[in-house]
Write a protein that binds this ligand. Structure first.
Ligand code: C5P
Length: 317
């Protein structure tokens, strides 16, 4: 990694996330829900490359490329422009072209858009030589753009609190094996899933307690016992996601029938994460799901993995 020479392009690899536990508290006045979550970054990556250009633009390739907006709403573009504004008076920044190779499902509950924003921040800081932009400032910019973005700068396994933007690493050893299932043609809007969660709670007349990290899940992660982690997986948004997308119930049941140790909807869904005990079990489950499960994209992954990381840095002439 250089800092003295002007970089010509910087490439960052960034993982998707699942939530091993997601406890959703009451709706706050700012429209967000207070929550306590255990984020877990998994080895399903987007790759984001930035390079100086005449004007700002974003281009997306990869299996999910066609579903990503390339206009001003693209979160990676928003992130790059926001960092450009906060660069400090001395630093000179030029417009960039952003290329995203998209493998994390779009609108899938794996924070794919947030991942690309985190990657764009890391890549642009490097490209522009903004050595004075410390991690704290980067995290501040990240948090202002989306609740999951600060976590994707860190990766690993971490507790998220506040609206998810306050991140504290969890000490966990070893790795977990996952099979991720993204149903064909399925997508869910995060605000709609939170609203459905509120509606179901109101209907049931339940008092919503302050969110708490699950003690059972934390203990299971310390021991890294797959079956214990499987039993402790929990997601307060799952019922709402299934209510809006009933076919998810079938997918969850199919994976468990085919040997998954545990299963849950990832974040606001609709991606489903199946926990298995080894790479061999992951292969068996993905083959079983492909043959006998509901139609969808099936990907094997491990976690935890690091957050947004520079993987290629090409210097200018
Ligand atoms: O922060 P982010 O842009 O990812 O959030 C998207 C939407 O999800 C918010 O506008 C809000 O409706 C919902 N949300 C929430 N509580 C959170 C995080 C997200 O209600 N803690």
């Amino acid at each position: 990694m250089t800092t003295g020479t002007q970089a010509h392009s910087v490439t960052v690899r960034v993982p998707g996330k699942i939530n091993l536990g997601l406890s959703v508290g009451p709706l706050r006045e700012d429209g967000y829900h207070e929550l306590s979550t255990i984020y877990h970054a998994v080895s399903l990556y987007d790759t984001v490359t930035v390079q100086p250009a005449e004007r700002w633009s974003v281009h997306v390739t990869g299996p999910w490329g066609e579903r990503v907006p390339t206009d001003e709403s693209n979160l990676a573009l928003v992130a790059a422009k926001t960092l450009a504004k906060r660069r400090g008076r001395r630093a000179k920044v030029d417009p960039v072209r952003i290329d995203i190779d998209k493998h994390i499902p779009v609108a899938g509950g794996m924070a794919g858009g947030s991942a690309d924003a985190a990657a764009a921040l890391v890549a642009c800081r490097e490209l522009w030589g903004l050595d004075h932009v410390e991690n704290d400032l980067l995290e501040l910019v990240a948090a202002s753009l989306g609740s999951d973005i600060p976590f994707l700068l860190h990766g690993g396994t971490a507790i998220g609190s506040g609206r998810g933007e306050q991140v504290t690493p969890v000490l966990a050893r070893g790795e977990l094996h996952w099979v991720l299932w993204a149903g064909e043609g399925l997508s869910l809007s995060t605000p709609e899933v939170y609203a459905e969660c509120d509606r179901l709670r109101e209907e049931a007349g339940v008092e919503v307690p302050a969110p708490e990290p699950s003690g059972a899940l934390m203990a299971a992660l310390r021991r890294m016992d797959t079956d214990e982690v499987a039993d402790a997986l929990c997601n307060d948004l799952q019922e709402a996601a299934v209510s809006l997308q009933p076919s998810l119930a079938e997918a969850l049941a199919a994976g468990l029938d085919l040997g998954a140790r545990g299963a849950l909807v990832s974040g606001s869904g609709p991606t489903v994460a199946f926990l298995v005990g080894s790479q061999t079990e992951a292969i068996d489950l993905s083959v079983g799901l492909a043959a006998n499960g509901p139609t969808g994209d099936i990907v094997r992954a491990v976690g935890p993995v690091p957050g947004a990381q520079i993987v290629h840095h090409r210097s200018g002439p």
